[in-house]
Design a protein around this ligand. Sequence first.
Ligand SMILES: Nc1ncnc2c1ncn2[C@@H]1O[C@H](COP(=O)(O)OP(=O)(O)OP(=O)(O)O)[C@@H](O)[C@H]1O
Ligand SMILES: [Mg+2]
Length: 274
Amino acid sequence: MSILKKKKISDPEQSFTAQRRLLLGPNSSFYIQEAYNTLRTNIRFAIPGEGCKRLCLTSGLASEGKSTTILNLAISFAETGSKVLLIDGDMRRPSQARLLIEKASPGLSNILAGLCDVEEAIRKGVRPNLDVLFAGEVPPNPLELLGNARMKQLIDTMSEHYDYILVDTPPVSIVSDACEVANVTDGVLFLVRQNETEKDAVIRGVKQLELSNSRLLGFVLNGIIDEGGKGYKYRYRYRYRYKYRSKYAYVATNKKSSSAKSEAANSNKTKGGK
Ligand SMILES: Nc1ncnc2c1ncn2[C@@H]1O[C@H](COP(=O)(O)OP(=O)(O)OP(=O)(O)O)[C@@H](O)[C@H]1O
Ligand SMILES: [Mg+2]
């Protein structure tokens, strides 16, 4: 397989502008829509039973696509008519407010610190059927706040108003915030990014979740790199890759890579759960 180098855009605001192009919308390709439809269906089966389904998404390391994926998943559920609450539970590097071009405060940290009411903090109708609780002010003690009884209370209360509650979290191999969130939800999805995620980080992360008795619902594979597929699938992947070329440029470092024409395909698939 070719070795690829990734050039990242360094300016954070420019990077968020590019990231916003990855969000699900009317112009998203059939291929991306389908990837999220599949993920949605798998989640429905992974959490059986009536009532609100609550889940969080984590990954081993930083920048693997958690925030983009959970926001798209929330949009995807909301598009089906379900009432969805997205919570930015990453109070260390919050990104949902910047992705949606909204103010981050007041938000989760303010509620958990007892500084404001839920009603005051939840941003209603950010998209049709989608409400968002942004991260709030960056607190000095996020882990402590998430482990507080107020977090469970918040999820339980909100479960009466929503069909889905989705929580973004920081990388579990680095900090334990996701374990705290997993314990007050129905389970956790583990995101893996093709050609980037390190095996050790996944092993460490899964162990960490097991130690905290979290329920691992399954894995999400992000950023599939097409090494030259054919036919129907290839067509959609090709179109999709092209669309987001502005985000990353991939530079081949050996000869083989030019034939592979590998660029990041922006897609997500679920793999079997535990
Ligand atoms: N499938 C994808 N294809 C191309 N770029 C992607 C894909 N998924 C995410 N990205 C890009 O990767 C970067 C990191 O994404 P994101 O912020 O969603 O990751 P994260 O795991 O939430 O990061 P952090 O650990 O810092 O919270 C962003 O610039 C985003 O646009
Ligand atoms: Mg994030």
